[in-house]
Design a binder for this molecule. Structure first.
Ligand SMILES: Nc1ncnc2c1ncn2[C@@H]1O[C@H](COP(=O)(O)OP(=O)(O)OP(=O)(O)O)[C@@H](O)[C@H]1O
Ligand SMILES: [Mg+2]
Length: 218
C-alpha cells in the first residue's frame, strides 16, 4: 500500500496535540504499518533553526511576509527530512498542522490573502497535500480559555500575545477554506471531552481507510 499522509488542524487550544497523543496508540492497535507522529519543525535540525527565528519574542518587527516565507521554508525542510521519506517507505505520517495553518494564520489572520500564501506553499511543498485532514473545531473563546488554563504548562511565545479577534479570524479562516477541499477535510466538534473527540477521530479514520485500519479485530 502507498503511504498515508494525515494532518490535524484547528485553532490554538482546539486539542490537536492532546488528541494526537491518545489517538496514535489506538491507530497502532489497528495496523501493522509504521505510524510516524510529527509536527513542524519536527526535530529536523534546519527546520528547527528556522522556527527559532519565527518564535523569538525579540523579533517584534518581523514582517508578515517574512514570517510566511520562514514557515514555508521550515515546512519544506521538515517535509523532505521527515514526511516524504516515511511516506515513500509506505508508512503512515500523522502531522500536527501543515499548509492549512499557514493559509489561515498568515493568509487570513495576518491579512496576506489565502491565494498568495497558497502559491508560496505550493512552491514549498511542490504540491504535496495530505490525503486527509482532521479539523478540530472550537469557538475562539473555548480555545483561548483552554490555553489560559494550561498556561502553567505551556511555553509562552510571541504568537500567544494575540487577542480574541485574532483567534476568531483563525477559526473563520478554517471554516472558509474547508469547502474549497471538502473531500480532504473531516470536521470534528472539539468542544466535547477529549475522549469523545479521540473516538470521533478514530471512527472517521477507520471508516475512511479500512485497508489501513481494521476495526480492532486483529
Ligand atoms: N476536549 C477538551 N476538553 C477540555 N480541555 C481540552 C480538550 N482538548 C484539549 N484540552 C486542553 O486544552 C489545552 C490545549 O490543548 P492542546 O495543546 O492539545 O491544543 P492544540 O490544539 O494543540 O493547541 P496549539 O495550536 O496551541 O498547539 C490543554 O491543556 C488540553 O489539556
Ligand atoms: Mg498543539
Amino acid at each position: 500500500m502507498p503511504g498515508l499522509f494525515i494532518t490535524m488542524e484547528g485553532p490554538d487550544g482546539a486539542g490537536k496535540t492532546t488528541v494526537i497523543e491518545k489517538l496514535i496508540p489506538l491507530l497502532e492497535e489497528r495496523t501493522n504499518v509504521t505510524i510516524t507522529s510529527t509536527r513542524e519543525p519536527g526535530g529536523s535540525r534546519i527546520a528547527e533553526d528556522i522556527r527559532q527565528i519565527i518564535l523569538d519574542v525579540q523579533n517584534v518587527e518581523m514582517d508578515v511576509r517574512t514570517e510566511a516565507i520562514l514557515y514555508a521554508a521550515a515546512r519544506r525542510q521538515h517535509l523532505t527530512d521527515r514526511i516524504l521519506p516515511n511516506l515513500e517507505k509506505g508508512g503512515i505520517v500523522f502531522c500536527d498542522r501543515f499548509v492549512d495553518s499557514s493559509l489561515v494564520y498568515q493568509g487570513v489572520a495576518r491579512g496576506i490573502g489565502v491565494e498568495e500564501v497558497y502559491q508560496l506553499n505550493q512552491f514549498a511543498t511542490a504540491g504535496k497535500i495530505p490525503d486527509v485532514t482532521l479539523y478540530l473545531d472550537v469557538p475562539a473563546e473555548i480555545g483561548l480559555e483552554r490555553i489560559h488554563l494550561a498556561k502553567g504548562n505551556r511555553q509562552f511565545d510571541r504568537l500567544d500575545q494575540e487577542g480574541l479577534q485574532f483567534h476568531k479570524m483563525v477559526r473563520q479562516g478554517y471554516l472558509d477554506i474547508i469547502p474549497t477541499d471538502p473531500e480532504r477535510f473531516i470536521q470534528i466538534d472539539a468542544t466535547k471531552t477529549v475522549d469523545e473527540v479521540v473516538q470521533e477521530c478514530l471512527t472517521a479514520l477507520v471508516d475512511r481507510y479500512p485497508e489501513y485500519f481494521t476495526n480492532g479485530e486483529r
